[in-house]
Design a protein around this ligand. Structure first.
Ligand SMILES: Cc1cc2nc3c(=O)[nH]c(=O)nc-3n(C[C@H](O)[C@H](O)[C@H](O)COP(=O)(O)OP(=O)(O)OC[C@H]3O[C@@H](n4cnc5c(N)ncnc54)[C@H](O)[C@@H]3O)c2cc1C
Length: 434
């Protein structure tokens, strides 16, 4: 029997477990350990609550859990409740699928002012992550600056701009919906260092901005290269740029919508000013060099804003005993191999890029590497020894069956039209399974 511990129950963790089931059949026992009592990582706490069809991928992960040889072991923080060295003693292979949950620091003066928020915190708040339930973002802000030109920035803007009715069918948590109902926002500004041809916003998600009830995208035609240049873009990117051009040509029809979502291209935030809380952002105009890198022009201007949300990427927190690549904010690895018997997948391996599906080949490749390295396994004590260790330490774990009870309780307490009302407190989650 091969014993595999996977740390993290997000897409990378579940695809790895599925791959192990397919590769080893009954000759493997997989424990998927997560610090939360609820599974699925960013599918639950990252993917936008108004994108339910994307969240439905978790049904595939449930099937993996229905096999007897895959266990969910929730409510266990690796690095606190149990160390990597201990897990390596018990399992033939330990796979870190811990994602990249920390915001990359916004390294400019003033970034510690009240009202400056990282996207991990803001997204976690509206998605009910227990770490961020008490965030209390300043929703009385009339002007919000969003730093970044990727899909997370788009999610954040859309959530800020939607009306209550537009959240019908979503699982946005009650505290966020109540807060957003009181929102005073009038202007949301995306700041991106480069231009329309360099955005990292995918077409479907970008197109949604043109369909909002009370908000209209605003772009400046001067920022665009010659329309003929669009032909050189890859097809997805070309579609995104077409959306941006359409936002400009359709602007007159959307004038009645009160909230502006402004695309400020060639814009590099250099300082945040305010007396205790954010009052303005100092921005430097940029231009592109011949390698399409942005450089400051020296021209500066001010953007008044009362909240700044930085959507500039994420980092994997280090874990004691695991080699770490500080520059890139992820575990040091070669094709997922860290040390003998220790592996990483997903965002913990690659950094925060790609879609949910990108984690699938990662999971399958790591299981091939494990098969090569451990052969038939069989030298480790596995899950029985882990259970003994947790019993000795009084670590209270949550099983997949427990999670299904928690889920039932979340469905039962949903507001009308919503699929669930998530528990945002770990104690409430645990109480719901009893
Ligand atoms: C805001 C946002 C929106 C997104 N929207 C989309 C989308 O619409 N479509 C799409 O295709 N992709 C989307 N993505 C990308 C997608 O979510 C990621 O590709 C995917 O979740 C990465 O999977 P992962 O398993 O590596 O990490 P995660 O999903 O982050 O899972 C990591 C898991 O590890 C656990 N963990 C962390 N540390 C420990 C520890 N020490 N001990 C135990 N457990 C631990 C965490 O609790 C978590 O459950 C989005 C990402 C973000 C941030």
């Amino acid at each position: 029997m091969r014993h595999i511990a996977i740390i993290g129950s997000g897409p990378a963790g579940y695809y790895s477990a599925e791959a192990a089931q397919k590769k080893f059949g009954e000759e493997v026992a997989v424990d998927i350990i997560d610090r939360l009592p609820v599974p699925f990582g960013l599918i639950r706490t990252g993917v936008a609550p108004d994108h339910q069809s994307i969240k439905a991928v978790s049904r595939r992960y449930e099937k993996t859990n229905l096999g007897d040889n895959v266990r969910f072991v929730g409510n266990v923080t690796v690095g606190e409740d149990v160390s990597i060295a201990e897990l390596q003693d018990l399992y033939d292979a330990v796979v870190l699928a811990t994602g990249a949950p920390n915001d990359r620091a916004l390294d400019i003066p003033g970034s510690d002012l009240k009202g400056v928020i990282g996207s991990a915190a803001f997204v976690g708040w509206y998605n009910g992550h227990p770490d961020f339930k008490d965030l209390d973002p300043p929703l009385d802000a009339k002007s919000v600056a969003i730093i970044g030109n990727g899909n997370v920035a788009l999610d954040v803007a859309r959530i800020l701009a939607k009306t209550e009715d537009e959240f019908a069918g979503s699982d946005i948590v009650g505290h966020a919906l109540d807060g957003l109902k009181q929102s005073k926002v009038e202007k949301i500004t995306f700041l991106g260092r480069r231009g329309p041809h360099q955005i990292a916003m995918t077409p479907k998600e970008l197109g949604e901005l043109g369909q909002l009830e009370r908000a209209r995208p605003v772009v400046d035609g001067e920022d665009f290269p010659d329309p003929g240049d669009d032909a050189m873009l890859e097809p997805g990117m070309r579609k995104s740029v077409t959306h941006l051009r359409n936002f400009q040509s359709e602007a007159a029809d959307a004038q009645h919508k009160p909230i502006e979502i402004v695309f400020d291209f060639f814009a590099m935030p250099v300082e945040i000013r305010g007396d205790d809380t954010v009052e303005k952002l100092i921005v430097e105009r940029t231009e592109l060099d011949k390698d399409l890198r942005s450089t400051g022009t020296g021209e500066r201007y001010e953007l008044e804003c009362q909240m700044v949300i930085s959507c500039i990427g994420y980092r994997t927190p280090p874990i004691e005993g695991v080699p770490y690549e500080h520059g890139r904010g992820r575990f040091a690895n070669t094709d997922g191999r860290i040390l003998p018997g220790l592996y990483c997948v997903g965002w913990a391996r690659r950094g925060p890029s790609g879609t949910i599906g990108t984690n699938k080949p990662d999971g399958f490749a790591i299981v091939d590497a494990i098969a090569e390295d451990i052969g038939a396994g069989g030298r480790k004590a596995g899950r029985a020894a882990l259970d003994r260790l947790f019993a000795e330490r009084g670590v209270e774990t949550v099983t997949f069956r427990d999670w299904k009870k928690i889920e039932e309780a979340e469905i039962a307490r949903a507001r009308e039209g919503s699929p669930r009302e998530k528990f945002t407190d770990i104690a409430d989650m645990i109480a719901a399974r009893d």
